[in-house]
Design a protein around this ligand. Structure first.
Ligand code: GLV
Ligand code: MN
Ligand code: MN
Length: 405
């Protein structure tokens, strides 16, 4: 079979398009993501790969018999709301093409493609939920109780999608099967554009986390409540958003974002009774991230009080800064001597798995430098170069599994 990455990406180009936001909205276990999962299962099965969905909803496609210490690649198929086409699916399509090339080259050794659910955390709020469950980084009770914006729990949604929630949780047998995990991903910045290179090797992931700031006030009537009588959490939230930017701007390398704000009940002629907003905060030094959260929390409570409101800050997730396995990184550099070594500010399953198995990443040039937005892009020739680079790296790593098996 000689399929190309761009050919595979074209097969899924119409799945999950968002007519309102633009781009793609493919939340985990939605109709769109389910269709993508079915597409992957079909593409893997037609190649003779053995496909199984594990108890956490991670799809594995094995070339040959499953074995401990295998070389694993893959990514995710879910997206942020209104996201680009490449964040996640590029790594999955490239994995399929790389596996074709490995077969053509006669490579042997245990290998699999993994597709991780809810990498973005755009439905249940916590990113990399599949790899966190697999590795035990999140307790299954906590994960299963998470609710989506419609109030459905992960347990309910999983059950409706044929998974058994009572079997969710740390999966040592599945973890043991991963000897090395190498994830290919679209670059989410301009590093490769500036260096005029198609492929990079990942060095690190910026520490990052998500905090909910809940500002409570007094719901009331927009027409009958005098300005002086209001306790309007939306006004406090507006001050908090500006404060977040000014606090983070004072700390070199900090990145702070409020990308989601939900007024309750959310009516045009209603003063909100509560506003929830989510802080996404990232910094290379985890201690500084902690300091920033404390500072933002203190100031948010002060700003809320000035409006006669209260503010409550709760941590939803935190992932420390990750340095990928240095020996693996050097080995990838030996296979791809031209490829620069770049860090990223974006989170990935390879970061979550890093404490359990050797993980590394490859990034493919994105000419716009934009990600989590419709203009995220990869040129066709770069996509094919990326898949060939992935095949080269996997082939090299497979030499070890050949020795072991
Ligand atoms: C995932 O893409 C993230 O960095 O939030
Ligand atoms: Mn991604
Ligand atoms: Mn993403």
């Amino acid at each position: 079979m000689t399929e190309t990455v761009s050919g595979l990406m074209a097969q899924i180009a119409d799945i999950g398009r968002d007519p309102v936001r633009g781009g793609y909205s493919r939340p985990v276990h939605s109709a769109a993501e389910t269709t993508l999962r079915e597409w992957f299962v079909g593409a893997a099965s037609s190649r003779g790969l053995e496909v199984e969905t594990d108890r956490n909803g991670i799809i594995w496609a094995w070339d040959g018999d499953p074995a401990d210490g295998a070389v694993v690649t893959g990514s995710h198929l879910d997206s942020v709301p209104g996201g680009g086409a490449f964040d996640g699916p590029l790594g999955v399509a490239s994995a399929l093409v790389a596996f074709d090339q490995l077969r053509d080259r006669g490579a042997t050794g245990a290998r699999a493609i993994a597709v991780f659910p809810e990498e973005e955390g755009s439905r249940f709020g916590i990113a990399c939920l599949g790899s966190r469950l697999l590795s035990g980084a999140i307790a299954p009770e906590k994960a299963l109780a998470l609710r989506d914006p419609d109030g459905l729990t992960l347990a309910e949604v999983a059950r409706a999608n044929g998974l058994d929630p009572t079997r969710f949780g740390r999966d040592p047998a599945a973890l043991r099967r991963i000897g090395t995990f190498l994830e290919l991903h679209v670059e989410q910045g301009r590093g490769l554009v500036d260096l005029n290179q198609p492929v990079a090797i990942g060095s690190s992931i910026l520490g990052h986390g998500r905090w909910r700031i809940s500002i409570a006030g007094e719901g009331n009537h927009a027409g009958t409540t005098l300005m002086a009588d209001r306790h309007d959490p939306m006004v406090a939230a507006a001050h908090v958003v500006c404060m977040v930017r000014s606090v983070a701007s004072g700390i070199p390398d900090a990145r702070a974002t409020v990308g989601r704000l939900v007024p309750v009940p959310g009516g045009t002629n209603v003063i909100a009774s509560r506003v929830d907003l989510w802080l996404d905060l990232r910094h290379p030094e985890d201690g500084l991230t902690r300091y920033l959260v404390d500072e933002i929390g203190t100031r948010a409570r002060e700003l809320a009080a000035e409006e006669g409101c209260t503010a409550l800050v709760s941590e939803e997730s935190f992932s420390p800064t990750v340095d990928f396995d240095p020996a693996l990184r050097d080995r990838l550099s030996a296979v791809l001597p031209e490829a620069p070594v770049l860090g990223t500010g974006a989170g990935h399953d390879a970061g979550v798995l890093k404490d359990h198995v050797a993980t590394g990443m490859l990034f493919v040039r994105n000419p716009t430098g934009v990600s989590h937005a419709p203009s995220e892009y990869v040129e066709d020739p770069d996509a094919e170069t990326g898949a060939a680079a992935l095949a080269d790296c996997l082939e090299d790593l497979l030499k070890d599994t050949d020795r072991k098996h």
